[in-house]
Design a protein around this ligand. Sequence first.
Ligand code: ZN
Length: 366
Amino acid sequence: MGYLKTTKPNTLKRGKAFYASAALPAALAARAALAVLLSAVLFTLACVGEKPLVPGGNIVSVDTPAPSAADGGGASTPEPTPEPTPALYSLVRIENSKLSDGMQVLVNYNHSYAHTSAVEQLVRPVEKSRELLLAKADAALLDEVLTALQAFAEGFYEVTGGDRLLVTSAFRTEQYQRELYDDYVKQHGEEMARIYVADPGSSEHHTGYAVDLSTMSKDGLRIPLIEHEHFDWVNAHCADHGFILRYPVGSEEVTRVAYEPWHFRYLGRTHAAACTALKMVYEEYIEHLKVYTIESGMLRVELSEGGAEVSVAEINALPSSGRLIYFVPASEGDETMLPIPAGCNDYSVSGNNEDGFIVTVSLGGE
Ligand SMILES: [Zn+2]
């Protein structure tokens, strides 16, 4: 993987069909009113910011103070005590040093990756199986990627009647990426290396979430994925297993990487399905997620057999199923308070490796 030189500025494609559901525009229209309501809540939160934290949870709750007698202005008939307004969300503290860490980090020509050495301690060898083969014995990936890749390979094996996915490259250290780059320069020259091999520190392979795949037929013939008759199946079903084809055809101006029909990035099933449903390449997706906040409306993803339905969910009318995705811009200073919808304890957080955090909440029902 490398970065294409382009004479055009690196602007993201705006105005393309972002929405896969007709419900989105209507839901977006309701945001302004909700934002007013939430700014009142946020103001209240600011006022109670010094409340003691819940032990072990770092969670701030919102209480409405009961009115005192003085509030009544001397009225002789006591007002009934109003029910406390339930908090719409609680706040969880996260260090801003985590901005560059997590499953959804963007790693590309202008977003290098800072945790390669730490990932090297976490990755585990890819195990050869009936459905999954290795071009080199030392391939390694993070645990969740290994599990998803095996399931992906089982699907491929089944649909092809016995062909296998073949791992040609997985986790890479910066040193290895340097050797790869230098070798490529020797063989093909500097210009080609810049197109096809990422600079050390800027390869997705440093994250443990990227894998290059080829195929091995049941007759022992190695067939590049793009030449395999089931390449379309692979493209259509990789998101079911949490992967996206990271550098699709025609995306060079955005990714600055040539078409790579072998390079897959693991994002987890929710984000792979959402990115695919929105028909975006990953740079566009990460940028687009910034419009979804807890104040303005969250991206709701409902996974299905054929992919995912996406819509907008409001904090004051949470659906009972699906996943929510939203963005929290990083605060100035060392930490950011992440709002988590009330009652939603099943969530994950990733930095975007740029300017904020992506929160993914499971509402259940799947
Ligand atoms: Zn690759």
